[in-house]
Design a protein around this ligand. Structure first.
Ligand code: PLA
Length: 442
């Protein structure tokens, strides 16, 4: 029969022996591509280590201890230790759900137009000349990380200098994002462990000897992991140096509003660089300041010399994005747009944001007081001096390992603590652990 013949050809092709009476396969032999029998074509794949930051949560989740505490990833918790969905976010989501005219069509490659305009306004200021002159292009990306990646891919393709200088230390994902995008990563001195402050001289020297045109990554505020930011005067000196050497600033703004509690104050360094008329890139994230972590909402803005360049740059950003993820998700960006567009919701947001920043600041004070009360050796004033979500404690990796083993406190091995994960109830436990770690090693 013709059908038997066709099945036979197909079966031979698949390496299957057929019993033509019953039309069932009697034996399956290994396909020529599967290597030796029983072995995976992936058997050479070695197990990768967990991520230095997100892996802390993986370890935390496995710990059955009732006193365990996750101070690894920078994720805000209430004083009851619970994740927080902002009230304004709930309201905006309700509006979106109630609006039956909303559909789930694809967004354009560049994302939600309203979201992009409002995001540029948020970081550059409502009266920014660069926005008025139409020389900013903003594209919606997958949170801060995605914005950094798209910006870096664009630079690797279209910018004449492939070297990017990142601070030492910096967020652990920075070197990986930039290297994979095709940039070559170098570091500039930033933190001085001796003073637990900024190594300003080292920073100026390293940027001063960078090749002309090199890209410089700057944390817009609340530097991660050190919690150390330049003063306004130091920012002005950095700006002058960067502009005089023709370096290209790439700001990472992952914590706008989290450093000072004010969205405008935290954007000042970026706005200083825009005000001089020069070009720059900014990656924005709404993960922390709107608590939209898992919604992956962010934006990349490139401030260009004029509107014509900005238009051409945007056309090329689309060519970067389209083969990467085609176009960004709609829900989170719609939440942000609803909040930023409505004066009342916006005001409500700033109040909730300030409350989060204030709670973090009060955790700094409580931890500092608790260590003082215990007479823990050392100067812990950096806990109250540092800014943003993290305290860079100065604890070494053995001390961190000890605190995890004996006290079930989870944090990154560089001694960084997420203050936002701490609460009044857990401060004593953390202070006990730090005290034990420090006195044990001494
Ligand atoms: N840039 C900096 C400086 C960051 O600290 C983070 C997040 C991001 C960008 C990216 O955030 P997003 O993609 O979620 O917007 N850093 C966290 C989380 C809070 C992480 O490592 O992914 C941290 O714990 O360091």
């Amino acid at each position: 029969m013709a059908s038997d013949r066709r099945i036979g050809v197909l079966a031979r092709h698949l390496g299957v022996e057929m019993d033509f009476e019953s039309h069932t396969a009697t034996a399956i032999s290994a396909s020529p591509t599967s290597g030796f029998q029983g072995n995976s074509v992936f058997s050479h794949v070695v197990r990768a280590p967990e991520d230095p930051i997100l892996g802390v949560t993986v370890a935390y989740n496995k710990d059955p201890s009732p006193v365990k505490l996750n101070l690894g990833v920078g994720a805000y918790r209430t004083d009851e230790g619970k994740p927080l969905v902002l009230n304004v976010v709930r309201k905006a989501e309700q509006q979106l759900v109630n609006d039956r005219s909303r559909v789930k069509e694809y967004l354009p490659i560049t994302g939600l137009a309203d979201f992009n305009k409002l995001s540029a306004k948020l970081i550059f200021g409502a009266d920014s000349p660069a926005i008025q002159e139409n020389r900013v292009t903003t594209v919606q990306c997958l949170s801060g990380t995605g914005s950094l990646r798209v910006g870096a891919e664009f630079l690797a393709r279209h910018y004449h200098q492939r070297t990017i200088y990142i601070p030492q230390p910096t967020w652990g994902n920075h070197p990986k994002v930039f290297t994979l995008a095709g940039l070559s990563v170098k570091t500039y001195r930033y933190y001085d462990p001796a003073t637990r402050g900024l190594n300003f001289q080292g920073l100026l020297e390293d940027l001063g000897s960078a090749p002309s045109g090199a890209i410089v990554l700057l944390h817009a505020c609340a530097h991660n992991p050190t919690g150390v930011d330049p003063t306004p005067q130091q920012w002005e000196n950095i700006r002058q140096l960067i502009r005089s050497k023709g370096l290209l600033p790439f700001f990472d703004s992952a914590y706008q509003g989290f450093a000072s509690g004010s969205l405008d104050s935290d954007a000042q360094p970026v706005r200083m660089f825009v005000a001089d008329g020069g070009e720059l890139l900014v990656a924005q994230s709404y993960a922390k300041n709107m608590g939209l972590y898992g919604e992956r909402v962010g934006a990349l803005s490139i401030v260009c010399r004029n509107a014509d360049v900005a238009g051409r740059v945007e056309s090329q950003l689309k060519l970067v994005i389209r083969p990467m993820y085609s176009n960004p998700p709609i829900h989170g960006a719609s939440i942000v747009a609803v909040i930023l567009k409505d004066r009342n919701l916006y005001n409500e947001w700033t109040i909730e944001l300030k409350a989060m920043a204030d709670r973090i600041i009060s955790m700094r004070r409580q931890l500092f007081d608790a260590l003082r009360a215990r007479g823990t050796p050392g100067d812990w004033s950096h806990i109250i001096k540092q800014i943003g979500m993290f305290t860079f404690t100065g604890l070494n990796s053995e001390q961190v390992a000890f605190m995890t083993k004996e006290y079930h406190i989870y944090m990154t091995s560089d001694g960084r603590i997420s203050m936002a994960g701490l609460s009044s109830k857990t401060v004593p436990h953390l202070a006990d652990a730090i005290h034990a770690a420090v006195t044990r090693a001494a």
